[in-house]
Design a protein around this ligand. Structure first.
Ligand SMILES: Cc1cc2nc3c(=O)[nH]c(=O)nc-3n(C[C@H](O)[C@H](O)[C@H](O)COP(=O)(O)OP(=O)(O)OC[C@H]3O[C@@H](n4cnc5c(N)ncnc54)[C@H](O)[C@@H]3O)c2cc1C
Length: 416
């Protein structure tokens, strides 16, 4: 069914009894041309672009839980392309362009909201670093504005600019950055991929990857064996576990990242804002709750919870810059398992195992990449070679020492 305002009126008059399922619930087939492991944003976007751009439709997306249950539905919904290094900048800007047309493309309301992303700075040195970043963005044709403290005050009147422990000196604004309704992205891609013939199979965990003379021949799953010459993993926090099934050991660590939502209040923040003297980012959802997060929990874990020290650190960051938060009650908190690489940049790659492709290492920031990641990964699988936009993200960079260390902090995944 094509969604439209007329359809809404028609279904409304019928008491909303006529809406069909958004995607089928097919029985797994015995073989597929491509099996994608992981029904998160990246796996589903890959399936969609494989079918739409490359005509490969005999595809299964295998999800061990439910669609939207992974990090795609757990993140703080921020999208931006305010990067410094060329490879990251061009890739994330391509993602931004795809976000800008996504709702029309998928015929689905993913609530793309370009309300701006503002990075605060609190020292002269930090101003210089942000000015450099903004200049790199503008040279690449990406929007960026350096605001002084009055510019910041006008944009976010609720901020504590003067009396805070870390006075705000200004901010780098990307006006086209913003938020997207996270799980709607999974649903939108799932629905569109299904309409092109992709089988989306939930409650189906991949437990092994079979190989014959090194080449991939299929996957063992909790719903039986499926033969396929191409297995593409997009499993976020479980990247190293699934790669291990193909005999690969990766420079990736899994850590928990938490997020928080407060009770709903009247509009007080109409941009995404990040604190520059600690790790804290916040936006206000359309329902009125403040959605915010900060740093990783400082140890490896696969638990989708989170610990109290990280929580306290996030709250302290928020209170330092937006003290009004102290009056709000936190309604919900959760965690997601993120796959941290040693340079903080992602991996989209063919591998040494013929027929095994890998998409992972998204760290904190893979949600904003979702459309471009799917676009480039589909190309990689279909053509057996990297897409020019993701050529810097292949796994060889760790062998060759050409790391993409956006933050310049070295091989320390917990601070990337
Ligand atoms: C709290 C939090 C906040 C974040 N905030 C942001 C943000 O504001 N902006 C941003 O850009 N990014 C953010 N991120 C990062 C972003 O959410 C992730 O990088 C991105 O969602 C990962 O890709 P995905 O959507 O494909 O992952 P997921 O949705 O996790 O998909 C992977 C899927 O693989 C499945 N799977 C795993 N193993 C198997 C198996 N063996 N068989 C079958 N299925 C399997 C999992 O069940 C999961 O559903 C945040 C992450 C977290 C946790």
């Amino acid at each position: 069914m094509r969604y439209s305002v007329w359809q809404l009126v028609k279904q409304g008059l019928r008491g909303h009894t006529g809406w069909p399922r958004m995607w089928r619930d097919p029985q797994p087939k015995s073989s597929y041309d491509v099996v994608i492991v992981g029904g998160g944003g990246h796996g589903l976007a890959t399936a969609y672009y494989l079918a739409r751009e490359h005509g490969i439709r005999n595809v299964a997306v295998l999800e061990k839980g439910w669609i939207g249950g992974g990090n795609v539905g757990r993140n703080t919904t921020i999208i931006r392309s305010n990067y410094l290094l060329g490879a990251n900048l061009h890739f994330y800007e391509y993602a931004m362009k795809l976000w800008e047309g996504l709702e029309r493309e998928l015929n689905f309301n993913t609530m793309v909201s370009q309300r701006g992303v503002l990075n605060l700075f609190h020292s002269d040195a930090q101003r210089d670093a942000y000015a450099r970043r903004g200049n790199a963005m503008r040279l690449a044709g990406v929007d960026a504005e350096l605001l002084d403290v009055d510019g910041v005050r006008a944009l976010v009147p609720m901020l504590d600019l003067d009396n805070a422990r870390f006075p705000v000196l200004g901010g780098l604004l990307q006006p086209r950055g913003g938020t997207v309704r996270h799980d709607a992205v999974a649903w939108g891609y799932a629905r569109a991929a299904d309409a092109l013939g992709v089988d989306i199979i939930q409650n189906c965990e991949v437990t092994g990857i079979r190989r014959d003379q090194g080449r991939v021949t299929g996957v063992d799953t909790t719903r039986g064996f499926m033969a396929t010459p191409r297995v593409a993993a997009a499993v976020a926090g479980h990247t190293s576990r699934v790669a291990d099934m193909a005999g690969l050991r990766l420079p990736v660590e899994s850590h928990v990242l938490q997020a928080f939502v407060t009770e709903g209040v009247k509009p007080l923040l109409d941009t995404v804002m990040t604190f520059g003297a600690g790790h804290f980012y916040v936006s206000q959802s359309d329902k009125g709750g403040l959605v915010f997060g900060g740093d990783l929990d400082g140890y490896n874990s696969y638990a989708q919870r989170g610990n109290l020290p990280a929580m306290e650190d996030v709250m302290a960051g928020g209170m330092a810059v937006l003290p009004v938060m102290g009056r709000l009650r936190v309604l919900r908190q959760w965690g997601g398992v993120v796959d941290m690489t040693m340079d903080g940049s992602p991996i989209i790659t063919c591998t040494d195992v013929p027929g095994f492709y890998l998409n992972g290492g998204w760290c904190y920031g893979g949600f904003k990449a979702t459309p471009a990641s799917g676009w480039c990964f589909a190309h990689t699988i279909a053509r057996d070679e990297p897409h020019p936009l993701s050529a810097a993200f292949t796994i060889d960079r760790f062998h060759e020492g050409r790391l993409l260390d956006e933050k310049g902090v070295g091989p320390n995944p917990w601070i990337q």
